[in-house]
Every structure is written in structure tokens, then in C-alpha cells.
Design a protein around this ligand. Sequence first.
Ligand SMILES: Nc1ncnc2c1ncn2[C@@H]1O[C@H](COP(=O)(O)OP(=O)(O)O)[C@@H](O)[C@H]1O
Ligand SMILES: [Mg+2]
Length: 254
Amino acid sequence: MANESAISLRDVKKSFDGGHEFVLKGINLEIPKGSLTAIIGFSGTGKSVMLKHLLGLFKPTSGTIEVLGTDLSTLNPDQLTKFRCNFGVLFQSAALFDDMTVLENVCFPLFEHRRELKPAQVLRIAEEKLHQVGLESKHYHKLPSQISGGMQKRTGLARALALDPEILIYDEPTTGLDPILTEMVDNLILSTHKLKQGVTSIMVSHDLSAAFRIADHIAMLDSGRVLLFGTPEDFFNTDIELVKKFVNKGMKHQ
Ligand SMILES: Nc1ncnc2c1ncn2[C@@H]1O[C@H](COP(=O)(O)OP(=O)(O)O)[C@@H](O)[C@H]1O
Ligand SMILES: [Mg+2]
């Protein structure tokens, strides 16, 4: 089947209070397979809530969500847990296990989900992922508290890559980082995206210049709706006032 969308949301609505306030008010979005898509928008507009729907952590009140051709509503909880292996996720905090070494953190999803692998194979894959994100082997046996913030991000990304996911999700990966670390993480997202043909990357970002620099598609959310979806060029050429305002404001603050 020729389905070029990695993700499609059709009229997705979500209310947490049983019907009055809608956080998502009818999201329609097709994220092309193999794209690096940035999700932008003011805070509180539903970006993280939308990502959690893609992961099946929230269920829509109405509407449908398809990921890699599968309608999430057809999966039972066990199937959903397995299906989540298609995703690699990196949040604002790297969310590493504090009492595990760098290497153990990256081995964890492999021991959990690839039980057929021998320990030596798990180690080899984990080391390969750590190498891929540029972490030197002298740090592999350190605890997260013994490495820098940048190395923690690299470790979190290596762990997200452990299961060779088809879709990578980043929720505000650089919020709160200094400019140098921000650029490092953005470049890492881009190089990771380019390394595996066909992988789909979705990044929620406050950082507009990064979104314009590295993303090939951008979706702007406002009050639970998609205000504009297009290429960076579409965003510069738009007539939609709110998008213009957001872009001008965001670019001035960089
Ligand atoms: N679990 C939840 N229960 C109720 N309301 C929530 C929940 N999660 C998020 N919200 C609300 O949904 C709205 C959008 O939140 P969010 O998606 O986190 O915004 P952002 O665009 O900044 O990521 C906010 O008003 C938030 O309070
Ligand atoms: Mg958010």
C-alpha cells in the first residue's frame, strides 16, 4: 500500500473534563514519512497533548489517529505497548535512570523488548548507539550525575535509538539549554535524522530559528488547531496574521 504519511490525524478532538473544554479542537495533520517536522506554537496550545496522542498515552475524544498505517484505536493495551517500540522519544529532561550507568541506560529498552538477544549482542548495539551520538567510551560506565548536561542528552538520544525506531519524537529538547548546547542538540537531531533513510522525526520546539534551519516541514498549532502546515518557505510567505506575528516575534528573540 502506498501510504506516504507516517502519521495522520483526522479531526482529532480531546477534552479532559468530559466534554466542555477542548484542548484539541479538530486536528488534521499528515506528517510525511521520512520528514523532519517541527511543531511550533505558543505555550499551552496542545503540542505536548498531541504528541502523547501519537504515542497512545492519551486517547482522542473523537477523530482518528493512524501511525505507520495502523489505526491506534484498534490496538489493545498489550499491542499498544509493543507498538510504542516504533517510537524513540526524547523529552526536555533526558529522563535517565539515575542509578544506572550510561551504558545500562541504553541497554535497558533492549533487555526489555528484545529478549531474544544475548547480553553480548545487547551491549554491542548499545555501544553502537552511543558511538552514533558521539559519546566517548570512557563515559560509558559513569552515572548520569557524573556526566555533563550535553552528554546526558546524548545518552537519552542513544537510548531513544536503541530499538531502531521508525519515528523519533522530541518534545522541547533544547528548552532551558545554553546556546552552544542548543546548537549541539539541534545538529544531533539533524544528523540522526539523516543517518537512517525513511525515519520520521517530529520535534516540538520553542526555538524558531532551529525549526527553520533543520525542519523540512513545520506545523503551527494554535488553540488546539493546526493554523498552518507547510515548508519553512510557506511560513515566510504566509498571509496568516498570527503566524506572521509568531514568526517575527520568534526570530527577533534569537
Ligand atoms: N492530563 C491533562 N489533564 C488535563 N488537562 C491537561 C492535561 N495535559 C495537558 N492539559 C492541558 O492541555 C493544554 C495544552 O497543554 P500542552 O499540550 O502541554 O501545551 P503545549 O503546547 O505547551 O505543549 C493546557 O491547557 C494543559 O493545561
Ligand atoms: Mg509542551
